[in-house]
Write a protein that binds this ligand. Structure first.
Ligand code: HBI
Ligand code: FE
Length: 290
C-alpha cells in the first residue's frame, strides 16, 4: 500500500472529505463488496481476534451492499466517539493525522475492481470499512488510533514520522495478538486480505516476534507484499500503555540506530516463531529472474 496522497490529486474540501454518494455505487460495486465480504466472513472465524468479531457483530454491515457510512456512524459514534468520513484515496500526512486526532476515520469511498480482489494499491472501502471499522468499535483501539493521530501531528513536526508510521503498520495494519485459544489477527491490513489472513497465521515463512515498541520503531516494513515479520501483542490492552507514553525520548534513541530490515531477528527478540523466509526468498528470486 502506498503512502501519502496520489501526486497531483486536488481535494474538493480542505480536509479532503467527499460525500460517499452511496446511491452512486453501481451494481458491480456491490457485487465486488459481496464477494470480498463473503470470502473473508467464511475465512476469519478462528483467525480474527475476539475484538474484531465482537465489533463486527455490533455493526449493521452485511454482504448484500457496500455500507452507507451514515448508517454505520449511528452505531460507531455512540460506542467509541469515532465516525467514518469518505475520502477519495490516500491523504497527505497532516490531513490524515488531523482526522484521526479528531476521531474521524478517513475511509476510501471507492471499491476495487473485480480483477483486483487480491491486490490493492490504495485502501478502498473494503479495506477501510471491513478491516478497520470493527476494530474502532473496541475502546482500546479507538483510543490508540486517536493517540496515533495526535502523535503523528507531533512526530511530523519533529521529523520522525517514519518511526511512528512503523508502529501503526505493525499494529493497526498488521498486528497479531495472543489469545488463550491461539494467535489471532487484529491488524486491518491482514483482516481485509484473503491471502494474508492465511499467510500471517499459518505460513512457516514469516517471523512472529513479541511486540516491543522500540524494536518496532526501528523496523522497516513491506508495502508491496506480505510482511516478513509479524509482531504479537500479549493483549490489546498493551496498546493502552502505548497510547499514554511520551514517544519523544524514544525517537531520540531510535534516530541514532540504523533501521532494521523487515526480516531481521535480534538476539534480544522474544521470538514466538522464527520464520523460514522461504516465501520472500522465492519472491526475490522471481523478481531477479523476471
Ligand atoms: N498515511 N499519510 C497517510 N495517509 C493515509 O491516507 C493513510 C496513511 N496511513 C495508513 C492509511 N492511510 C490506511 O491505514 C487507511 O486504511 C486509513
Ligand atoms: Fe489501513
Amino acid at each position: 500500500m502506498k503512502h501519502g496522497a496520489a501526486a497531483g490529486a486536488q481535494p474538493q474540501r480542505a480536509d479532503w472529505t467527499i460525500d460517499q454518494g452511496w446511491a452512486n455505487y453501481s451494481a458491480q460495486d456491490h457485487v465486488v463488496w459481496r464477494t470480498l465480504f463473503e470470502r473473508q466472513s467464511a475465512l476469519l472465524p478462528g483467525r480474527a481476534c475476539d475484538a474484531f468479531v465482537d465489533g463486527m457483530r455490533r455493526l449493521p454491515m452485511e454482504a448484500t451492499a457496500i455500507p452507507d457510512f451514515r448508517v454505520l456512524n449511528e452505531v460507531l459514534l455512540p460506542r467509541t466517539g469515532w465516525q467514518i468520513v469518505a475520502v477519495p484515496g490516500l491523504l497527505p500526512d497532516e490531513v490524515f493525522f488531523e482526522h484521526l486526532a479528531q476521531r474521524r476515520f478517513p475511509a476510501g469511498q471507492f471499491i476495487r475492481r473485480a480483477d483486483q480482489l487480491d491486490y490493492l494499491e490504495e485502501p478502498d472501502v473494503f479495506h477501510d470499512v471491513f478491516g478497520h471499522v470493527p476494530m474502532l468499535m473496541n475502546p482500546v483501539i479507538a483510543d490508540f488510533v486517536q493517540a496515533y493521530g495526535v502523535g503523528g501531528l507531533r512526530a511530523r513536526q519533529l521529523g520522525v514520522l517514519q518511526h511512528l508510521a512503523r508502529v501503526y503498520w505493525y499494529t493497526v495494519e498488521f498486528g497479531l495478538v495472543r489469545q488463550a485459544d491461539g494467535l489471532r489477527i487484529y491488524g486491518s491490513g491482514i483482516a481485509s486480505s484473503f491471502t494474508e489472513s492465511v499467510f500471517a497465521l499459518d505460513d512457516a515463512s514469516p517471523n512472529r516476534i513479541a511486540f516491543d515498541l522500540e524494536r518496532v520503531m526501528r523496523t522497516d516494513y513491506r508495502i508491496d507484499d506480505f510482511q516478513e515479520s509479524y509482531f504479537v501483542l500479549d493483549s490489546l490492552d498493551d496498546l493502552l500503555a502505548l497510547a499514554n507514553i511520551d514517544f519523544a525520548p524514544l525517537y531520540a534513541k531510535v534516530q541514532a540506530d540504523a533501521a532494521l530490515q523487515p526480516g531481521d531477528v535480534l538476539p534480544t527478540d522474544r521470538v514466538l516463531q522464527r520464520g523460514t523466509g522461504t516465501y520472500h526468498t522465492a519472491r526475490s528470486a522471481q523478481a531477479c529472474s523476471a
